[in-house]
Design a protein around this ligand. Structure first.
Ligand code: SAH
Ligand code: SF4
Length: 345
């Protein structure tokens, strides 16, 4: 929401100083998107505010719910006509996580990712990022969905570290006690390996979780499938992660998509363990094995058996490893499937 405009309007209407805090609290902490629902202010003021200001900087074009009810995808049309997607996922009963976008499309061109195939549209503004998270808070309330809104993950469309200023500002708003009031530890940012961003993150966001989309443990493969590696190779990445771990004694999440015949052999597991050991503090590093969600015919997901075996190899190398369940792929709301249009119709 445009807080400055709200502040000016309230001043114009000669409202007392506490009014701004009262209204913003309802918007951010209850997820209210219509001034008419803010019943602590007069009808006349509600009418004026509704005429002059819209709380969300986008229109909700569509909301699609997965067959098991554990993933809900929303399509937002921004004021300039661009569209972005955001997903609410329930990884365990009565717990909800919002997966939000930081850019329209993405410039990083990872071969396996649907968003990457779009190229970059533009960066999202701070307000557009924050409003996705606030939208889900309101959605849960309005639909009487039980459970805690526990996590916000920057794993939707876009590379957060290529839009760092706005992403950082959005984190500040979401964690501000008087605004979003989300716990720092419930927020995670995922990067494909933008080293300059990792360093800034280490300096500026000590309490927020960091996830690295590693996927390949050799420069040869990473260069081939993730062009970001040409700018920041594995050694540069490892150095930035050492810096991060030295500054913040926090868990570091390593994302690894399992691609049949590409990165799922015993040798790949060995190389992954050895790379992660080079970062040090291996008790803080945790590998999440991710099922590849189909984007086109270039890749196939590894079989369940291979994934289980790979997990055991990583664990026997002394690195904690989990298999991440894929939620929401029937609504194209799973990782790497967000493209800003609804393919379910
Ligand atoms: N751009 C950031 C954050 C968004 S991507 C990043 O890359 O980290 C969210 C996660 O989905 C990343 O780990 C990404 O590598 C993964 N992903 C991309 N395409 C995928 C696919 N087709 N199947 C499964 N995961 C995918
Ligand atoms: Fe961009 Fe992340 Fe997709 Fe790579 S995986 S193209 S960085 S959104």
């Amino acid at each position: 929401m445009n807080d400055k405009k709200l502040k000016d309007l309230l001043k114009e209407q000669k409202q007392p100083d506490f009014r701004l805090e009262q209204i913003t609290k309802d918007i951010y902490q209850k997820g209210i998107f219509d001034f008419d629902e803010i019943t602590t202010i007069s009808k006349d003021l509600r009418k004026i505010l509704n005429e002059e200001l819209s709380i969300l900087p986008f229109v909700i074009k569509e909301v699609v719910i997965s067959s098991d009810g554990r993933a809900i995808k929303a399509l937002f049309e921004l004021e300039d006509g661009n569209v972005v997607e955001s997903v609410l996922i329930s990884p365990k009963p009565e717990t909800w996580s919002a997966c939000i976008s930081s850019q329209v499309g993405c410039a990083m061109s990872c071969e396996f990712c649907a968003t990457g195939k779009l190229g970059l549209g533009r960066d999202l503004t701070t307000d557009e990022i924050v409003s996705q998270a606030i939208f889900w808070r309101g959605y849960l309330r309005e639909n009487n969905i039980v459970g805690t809104y526990a996590n916000i993950v920057y794993m939707g469309m876009g590379e957060p570290f290529m839009n760092w200023d706005n992403v950082k500002a959005s984190i500040d708003i979401l964690t501000n006690e008087k605004l979003g009031n989300f716990p720092n530890r419930g927020i995670s940012v995922s990067t494909s390996g933008v080293v300059s961003g990792i360093k800034k993150f280490a300096d500026e966001c000590g309490q927020i979780n960091l996830a690295i989309s590693l996927h390949f443990a050799t420069d040869e493969k990473r260069d081939k499938y993730m062009p970001v590696n040409k700018a920041y190779n594995l050694e540069a990445l490892s150095e930035s992660l050492r810096y991060y771990l030295a500054k913040n004694n926090r868990r570091l999440f390593i994302e690894y998509i399992m691609l049949e015949g590409v990165n799922d052999s015993d040798e790949d597991a060995r190389l992954l363990v050895s790379y992660l050991k080079s970062i040090g503090k291996k008790q803080l590093v945790i590998v999440n094995l991710i099922k590849y969600n189909s984007v086109d015919d270039s890749f196939k997901p590894s079989s369940k058996k291979t994934v289980m075996h790979f997990k055991e190899l990583i664990k026997s190398g002394g690195v904690p490893c989990t298999i991440r369940k894929s939620i929401g792929d029937d609504i194209h709301g799973a990782c790497g499937q967000l493209v800003g249009k609804d393919k379910c119709k």
